[in-house]
Design a protein around this ligand. Structure first.
Ligand SMILES: *[C@@H]1O[C@H](CO)[C@@H](O)[C@H](O)[C@H]1NC(C)=O
Ligand SMILES: *[C@@H]1O[C@H](CO)[C@@H](O)[C@H](O)[C@H]1NC(C)=O
Length: 350
C-alpha cells in the first residue's frame, strides 16, 4: 500500500507517563511502570515488580536509561510511529532478600546467564537500597536482556487523546501512550505486534481533581520508593449479567479489541462478542468472533489470591471478516475446512 501522508504526530517527549492500575502480564508478572521522555530524546523508565496481584508487596525495581528516536509513521498500525531505542544503563534494586533469591534463581538456569548471576550479591550480602548494574559502563555483558528486562515495547509508539466521561462532572481530556513491540522476519514480510497496556500522562496528577489515585502514587515513586497500591475491595464473584469493555482495549498479541460478555447463571452458559480492530481507537474493524459455551462453578485460585478459577468451554464459534485482508486469508483455507462450503465474504458471519 501507499505509506501514510506525513502529518505532525503527537510525541511522548517532554512528559512522564504512568500506569493507572496494577498490570498483570503472562507469567504471571505484576508490575507498574513510570516512563519519562525528555525533550532531548533521552528517557528514563521505572518498572516496579511485585510479589502479589494487587501490587502491594514490591519485589524489585528496574531503572532503565537510554535514548529513543522516532523514525517514521507505521504502515502496520495507523497513527503509530516506529522508533529505535538504545539502552545506556539498566540497574536493579531488590526490596527483600527473597526477591534477590528469585531473580538469582532465574539467572542460574542457563549457562549464558550464570556470568550475570555473579554480578548479584550472595543472599547473605544483600544490602537494602543498593543498585546493582545489569547494563552500563561497568557491565561488559548485557545482563538486563538475560533477565528479560528490555524496552522492545518502544519500537512502536502512539499518543492518543480522548474525552473520558465522568460521573457527575464534565468529561476529562485523557492522554494515553500506547507502546508496542514489532517482530519481523528478515524480509520484513511478517509482523507480529504485541501491545502493552496504555500509560497515562502524569502531567496533571498533582491536581486535586485528578481521579487517578494510582497515577499519583506511581509518578512520585523511584527505585528506592516503589509505589504500594491501595488494597483492592474484595467482592464476591457474581458473573451473572452483561459485561462490556469500558473502552478500546490494548492487549498483548491480540492488539485492539472491545468485548461484550453475557453470563447466564441459571444454565451456566456464556456468550462473547470479540470485535477486533487494527488501530488503538477501535475504528478500523478487522474481524469479529462470536462464541458461546458453558462454564464451571468457580474455585478459589491458589496462584492469584482473591481470584477465582473457572473453566470456559466453547461449543460454537462464528467469525465475521471485516476487512479485505482477513477475508482473503480465510478464503485461503482448504474449501469446507473452515466455515462450511463456499467462499468467505466481507461482513458475512460464518
Ligand atoms: C441459557 O439461558 C439463556 C437465557 O435464558 C438462553 O438464551 C441460552 O440459550 C441458554 N443456554 C443453554 C446452553 O441452554
Ligand atoms: C474468496 O474466494 C472466492 C471464490 O474463490 C472469490 O470469488 C472471492 O473473490 C474471494 N474473496 C476474497 C476477498 O479473496
Amino acid at each position: 500500500g501507499t505509506p501514510p501522508a506525513r502529518v505532525p504526530i503527537p510525541t511522548p517527549h517532554g512528559r512522564c507517563w504512568v500506569d493507572g492500575s496494577c498490570e498483570v502480564r503472562p507469567g504471571p508478572e505484576f508490575l507498574t511502570r513510570s516512563y519519562t521522555f525528555h525533550p532531548n530524546r533521552l528517557f528514563h523508565a521505572y518498572q516496579f515488580y511485585y510479589e502479589d496481584p494487587s501490587c502491594q508487596k514490591p519485589a524489585h525495581s528496574v531503572l532503565m536509561k537510554g535514548k529513543v528516536r522516532l523514525r517514521r509513521a507505521s504502515w502496520v498500525t495507523r497513527g503509530a510511529t516506529e522508533a529505535d531505542y538504545h539502552l545506556h544503563k539498566v540497574g536493579i534494586v531488590f526490596h527483600s532478600r527473597g526477591a534477590l533469591l528469585a531473580v538469582a534463581e532465574r539467572l542460574g538456569l542457563s549457562q549464558a546467564s550464570q556470568d550475570c548471576a555473579r554480578r548479584l550479591p550472595p543472599a547473605g550480602a544483600w544490602l537494602p537500597g543498593a543498585v546493582y548494574e545489569l547494563l552500563g559502563a561497568q557491565a561488559e555483558q548485557d545482563c538486563a536482556a538475560a533477565l528479560g528486562f528490555t524496552m522492545h515495547e518502544l519500537s512502536l509508539v502512539r499518543v492518543q487523546r480522548h474525552l473520558q466521561p465522568q460521573p457527575r462532572a464534565p468529561s476529562r481530556l485523557v492522554e494515553e501512550l500506547y507502546l508496542g513491540d514489532i517482530h519481523t522476519d528478515a524480509e520484513r514480510r511478517h509482523y507480529r505486534l504485541t501491545a502493552t497496556a496504555p500509560l497515562q500522562s502524569a502531567s496533571h496528577v498533582h491536581h486535586h481533581s485528578h481521579p487517578c489515585l494510582v497515577c499519583g502514587l506511581v509518578s512520585h515513586a523511584d527505585e528506592h520508593h516503589p509505589p504500594v497500591l491501595p488494597p483492592p475491595v474484595a467482592l464476591a464473584l457474581r458473573l451473572q449479567g452483561r459485561w462490556v469493555s469500558s473502552g478500546c482495549e490494548a492487549r498483548p498479541a491480540v492488539l485492539f479489541l472491545t468485548r461484550l460478555f453475557t453470563f447466564h447463571g441459571h444454565n451456566r452458559s456464556w456468550e462473547g462478542h470479540y470485535h477486533h480492530f487494527s488501530d488503538p481507537a477501535c475504528q478500523q474493524p478487522t474481524f469479529t468472533v462470536y462464541a458461546t459455551g458453558r462454564y464451571t462453578n468457580g474455585t478459589p485460585s491458589a496462584k492469584v489470591r482473591g481470584g477465582t478459577e473457572l473453566v470456559f468451554e466453547v461449543t460454537r464459534a462464528h467469525v465475521t471478516p471485516m476487512d479485505q485482508v482477513i477475508t482473503a486469508m480465510l478464503n485461503f483455507s482448504k474449501p469446507g475446512s473452515c466455515g462450511g462450503p463456499g467462499a468467505w465474504s466481507m461482513g458475512t458471519e460464518r
